[in-house]
Design a binder for this molecule. Structure first.
Ligand SMILES: NC(=O)c1ccc[n+]([C@@H]2O[C@H](COP(=O)([O-])OP(=O)(O)OC[C@H]3O[C@@H](n4cnc5c(N)ncnc54)[C@H](OP(=O)(O)O)[C@@H]3O)[C@@H](O)[C@H]2O)c1
Length: 251
């Protein structure tokens, strides 16, 4: 395993949820972390709290993507890791989908991540770095009405394997985390639930009765740490979901 200390890590969507948890975990181990997000107040507050750099930016905007790479290079002097964590949820029955919203979720969850990854490649080639994509347990277990979101996450998982093959000759590894069951803004907003309702619903679905009954950001951060430091792991798709995606039931 390589050391996380000293690595320059760019995390999109680092102003909340899993991105924030990863940033906190990596900074605590001496990494130079840069987070991005559309809400300036969010990314600045998180960055000030944990001691990393912040850049306002939307992954669907080319100039913003360039600014994210530039900010990470300015902060870390190089780029070792790109974490394509930014993501949006859009759900709806197939017969009622709004085309603009459908294109929007593909733009942020798939196209933005691909274009940002392309920009990062020359820098990652210099450091023998890696890219981490984010899939979802929605690709493992079918939830009616979740087809737009699930399709974008299936794309992220497939991209991981194609790009692992494509970028291997530059010594760039590409891996993917498939999270599920972690209570963050994305699932509270998407389900139109209160946090308490979302917590109760998730707890009922999860087979694994963990200490806090549902997953925590640190569970995902530790998995991310493994994937970005394991030199012989590429093209891996790692489920971190308490068994949610496997459809396990409780005994
Ligand atoms: N929590 C789970 O159990 C779970 C399960 C499966 C998959 N995931 C995936 O894990 C990743 C992190 O999600 P989360 O749970 O931490 O939810 P979250 O708190 O809603 O985080 C998503 C982040 O992405 C940013 N973002 C969204 N669209 C963006 C855009 N176009 N450009 C730049 N930033 C953008 C948001 O910030 P701004 O709004 O400020 O831009 C936000 O900080 C997502 O890819 C999600 O699909 C999570």
């Amino acid at each position: 395993m390589t050391d996380i200390a000293g690595k320059s890590i760019l995390i999109t969507g680092g102003g909340s949820g899993l991105g924030e948890a990863m940033a906190r975990h990596f900074v605590a181990q001496g990494a130079r972390v840069t987070i991005s997000g559309r809400r300036t107040d969010k990314v600045r507050a998180v960055a000030a709290d944990i001691g990393c750099a912040a850049v306002t930016g939307n992954v669907t905007v080319a100039a913003d993507r360039a600014a994210m790479i530039a900010a990470a290079l300015a902060n870390g002097g190089k780029l070792d890791v790109l974490i394509n964590n930014a993501g949006n949820m859009y759900r709806g029955p197939l017969t009622e989908l709004d085309e603009a919203q459908l294109l929007g979720i593909f733009h942020s969850n798939v196209v933005g991540a691909m274009m940002l990854s392309g920009l990062a490649v020359p820098h990652l080639a210099q450091t023998r770095g890696s890219i981490l994509f984010f899939g979802s347990s929605h690709t493992r277990r079918a939830f009616p009405g979740a087809s737009p979101y699930a399709a974008t996450k299936a794309a992220a998982q497939t991209l991981t394997q194609v790009l692992a093959a494509e970028l291997g000759d530059r010594s760039i590894r590409v891996n993917c985390i498939v999270p599920g069951g972690v209570l963050t803004e994305i699932n509270v907003r998407a389900g139109l639930l209160t946090e308490a309702e979302a917590r109760e619903r998730l707890t009922a679905m999860l087979p694994l009765q963990a200490i806090n009954h549902i997953g925590q950001g640190i569970d995902v951060a530790q998995a991310a740490e493994y994937l970005i430091t394991a030199p012989w792991v590429t093209g891996a798709i790692l489920d971190v979901d308490g068994g949610l995606g496997l459809g396990l039931t409780r005994s």
